[in-house]
Design a protein around this ligand. Structure first.
Ligand SMILES: [Zn+2]
Length: 305
């Protein structure tokens, strides 16, 4: 269940796609690892410059042994592509620059998104533990499990994020579970994971400007998604059986016709709300990719298809 939301990122075709790129280090997923490689937490505790190897230790995890070709961490074992440790090693050896890596809105959002989902899994596990303790002590059982909120937002609440693949304006705040809460009299934005895109929502990959005619929009638009059916993220089941249901979204995919005179329905795709939100940020999704043009220059950098 817990790997559902990102399982496709470890699929062979997807990874082969990254590997086939002329410069894999420019792919979104790899840039995310370079950003993490730069962090203080990712400082090697042993570095052997002569052997070009290093060892890393995160508190609570085993020691990772890293060379320029392999690493013993789970990320490398699953993907067989450079992990953050390998990037950091290459950087320490002066072979790879991390200086120009900037955390773009989209990269940051992906990090926040992945962290948010991990948080929910851990949170439900913790609630189950509390429930078991209560049962042992004959205390009244916990009521329905809740999901946790955090302060880091997927995007600014009052704007769309310029470098997300899709344009997701502020009227989708509810759907993205970005909400204003009053904490001790202070209003604060917070981010939840109860994503709730719903039937009738239309999402485009370009922003619309007031007064600009549709014929102009058609010149730059690549894709439009119209949601036909959806169910929101929710906690289902009770007690030890409780789990976070990642929701579902069924949408029709529209792309422009050859002459960019109109948009044409090309097919339907179904995915979880989790997958949907991640796709809105990165544009990368194995179900959507067949509908996208194969080349992106100005936009969609990091897209592999
Ligand atoms: Zn590694």
């Amino acid at each position: 269940m817990s790997d559902n939301h990102q399982g496709w990122r470890y699929k062979k075709e997807y990874l082969d796609g990254i590997e086939a790129l002329e410069n894999i280090h420019l792919h979104d997923e790899q840039i995310g690892r370079q950003i993490r490689a730069k962090s203080k937490k990712c400082t090697p505790w042993k570095l052997d410059k002569a052997q070009q190897s290093a060892e890393f230790q995160d508190p609570g995890y085993p020691v990772y042994k890293t060379t320029l070709d392999v690493c013993t961490c789970k990320d490398f074992v699953l993907r067989r592509l450079p992990c953050k440790h390998m990037y950091r090693l290459a950087y320490e050896l002066g072979l790879f620059s991390l200086d120009n890596i900037q955390s773009s809105d989209a990269c940051r959002a992906v990090e926040i998104f992945d962290y948010l989902l991990k948080l929910q899994d851990d949170w439900i596990a913790r609630q189950k533990e509390i429930l078991r303790e209560k049962i042992e002590k004959n205390d009244p059982p916990t009521k329905k499990f809740s999901l946790k909120r955090q302060n880091s937002l997927l995007r600014e609440p009052l704007h769309y994020a310029k470098d997300w693949f899709f344009c997701v304006p502020q009227y989708f705040n509810d759907a993205l579970d970005i909400a204003l809460f009053s904490i001790e009299g202070e209003h604060r934005w917070s981010q939840g994971s109860t994503f709730s895109f719903s039937a009738g929502d239309s999402i485009y990959d370009i922003p619309f400007e007031a007064g600009r005619p549709w014929s102009e929009d058609l010149k730059t638009l690549n894709i439009c998604l119209e949601i036909e059916k959806a169910s929101p993220v929710d906690v289902l089941g009770e007690g030890d059986d409780a789990y976070r249901f990642p929701g579902s979204v069924e949408c029709t995919v529209f792309t422009p016709d050859e002459n960019r005179q109109s948009i044409v329905a090309r097919g339907q795709v179904t995915m979880t709300q989790d997958e949907f939100v991640r796709m809105l940020i990165t544009g990368a999704n194995e179900k959507i990719s067949p509908f996208l043009p194969t080349k992106f220059d100005a936009k969609g950098q990091g897209l592999l298809f």
